[in-house]
Design a protein around this ligand. Structure first.
Ligand code: HGY
Ligand code: MN
Ligand code: MN
Length: 434
């Protein structure tokens, strides 16, 4: 008879904390701009309410808290002092439209629980722990992702102030309405020299851990990404009186362009998605004169991603020329691939193994994360949690309390591993960009 497979069981503190986390994810899910759905965007009243709730949880956990100049919420514990190195932990509280309740949030809440547990155990760590609840990872409101963590990484770009949301509000105006001073955004930047690195726990948002029948995984690198808004300008005409040969149908040009994104990305083993499309004037009896849509493109390496984009852009030009429609892409977001630091990956791997899980699989993150911003100024690594069916950015997104509990033990184990090896820890270096 085959030996029964031992399923690791998390520690009692982790199981209790995991139950608390799942309950808190439900509580935060109710903080949304739309009842019955989860939508919480940057610099919104919901952002402020979520920060206030999580601030209380951080303080209950014994963390010293503050909100930075870009609206991110911080909680710090452990050794104090200007020369004490800091290990950053965290993830994001903002969401996509009609989101799941665990993307980002579970990583923030796990970081709080781990910091509290190590503080309560009076763990002797050679570094302080700082939890960051990033305020805008998704880019839902302004199209540009990673705004919160870009400010913390000190890579804010002043050209972003003129980005506008769907109501035409600029990022600058939204900052001011939220009570932030755009001129102070640089104050949010951390000093890279003070950092040991950044560790982020996150649901996988893919099917590979479930397929491997493992609860936890080690991330090797995070997708190289580019995002575009595209305008297809044709000519609005009478739907009855205009013969096909005289049409410049913007919707059909955009539809062909969207199919070209899928065709080229499938062929080139990249990941391209057209997630939004709007058509004007939007009348049943008018040939559409204008279509606007968004392209999200990802790959493992920057050069491959850029080569595929060039192919897509050429396809757009060909479609536009053939249909007499002006198809013009404008780039709104670009994030280089970020490669996790081997010594931090070792810590995450050691943490996972310490839970009794088998040697974990390593996987490339097709989803973007705040670790991409931090990876531009310090060493980063990520711990992935199994995400049944891989469904995410959807209300059915799920992670089990049992896997969260194992994740908590693994994160504690990773930090303790890092502390044990910290005297050999290389100074934080900038992660390799592809
Ligand atoms: O879009 C992403 O990959 C991430 O969930 N923000
Ligand atoms: Mn997301
Ligand atoms: Mn996320």
């Amino acid at each position: 008879m085959s030996a029964a497979v031992q399923v690791p069981v998390a520690s009692a503190p982790a199981r209790a904390a995991a139950d608390r986390i799942v309950t808190r994810c439900d509580e935060l899910a109710a903080i949304s701009e739309t009842a019955g759905h989860i939508t919480r965007v940057y610099l919104s009243p919901e952002h402020a309410r979520a920060n206030a709730v999580v601030d209380n949880w951080m303080q209950d956990a014994g963390l010293d808290t503050w909100q930075d100049a870009a609206g991110n919420l911080h909680g710090r514990t452990g050794r104090a002092g200007p020369d004490v190195p800091v290990l950053l932990l965290g993830s994001h509280l903002d969401t996509v439209v009609d989101a799941g309740r665990y993307d980002g949030v579970v990583g923030v809440l796990m970081a709080i629980e781990v910091a509290a547990r190590l503080q309560q155990a009076r763990a002797e760590l050679p570094f302080a722990l700082e939890v960051i609840a990033f305020s805008d990872e998704e880019g839902t409101r302004f199209g540009k992702a990673l705004l919160g963590s870009s400010a913390v990484a000190g890579v804010w770009d002043d050209s972003w102030w003129d980005l506008r949301d769907g109501d035409g509000t600029t990022l600058r105006a939204a900052f001011e309405s939220f009570g932030l001073d755009p001129a102070q955004v640089g104050q949010a930047a951390v000093d890279p020299a003070s950092l040991v690195g950044y560790l982020e726990a996150h649901i996988e948002q893919g099917p590979y851990l479930e397929h491997a029948e493992q609860a936890l995984g080690v991330v090797t690198s995070i997708a190289s990404a580019r995002r575009f808004t595209v305008r297809a300008v044709g000519e609005a005409r009478h739907a009855g009186g205009t013969p096909y040969e005289r049409r410049h149908d913007a919707l059909l040009a955009a539809a062909e362009a969207a199919l070209a994104v899928e065709r080229i990305c499938r062929t080139e083993q990249h990941i391209g998605t057209v997630g939004t499309m709007a058509v004007e004037p939007g009348a049943v009896n008018v040939v559409p004169g204008l279509a606007t849509f968004a392209v999200d493109l990802r790959g493992e390496f920057d050069d491959g991603r850029d080569r595929v984009w060039d192919e897509i852009a050429e396809a757009f030009r060909e479609i536009g020329a053939r249909r007499g429609v002006d198809v013009t892409p404008t780039e709104v977001h670009r994030a280089p691939a970020v490669f996790c630091a081997p010594h931090l990956m070792d810590a995450v791997r050691a943490g996972i193994v310490s839970t009794g899980e088998p040697e974990p699989i390593e996987l490339f993150s097709r989803a973007g994360h705040d670790a991409m911003s931090l990876g531009r100024v310090t060493d980063v690594a990520m711990l992935f949690l199994r995400n049944p069916d891989g469904i995410s950015h959807h209300p059915d997104e799920f992670v089990s309390a049992a896997d969260v509990a194992l994740g908590l033990d693994a994160l504690v184990g990773a930090i303790e591993h890092l502390a044990r090896t910290s005297d050999t820890l290389p100074p934080a270096t900038t992660a390799v960009e592809a």
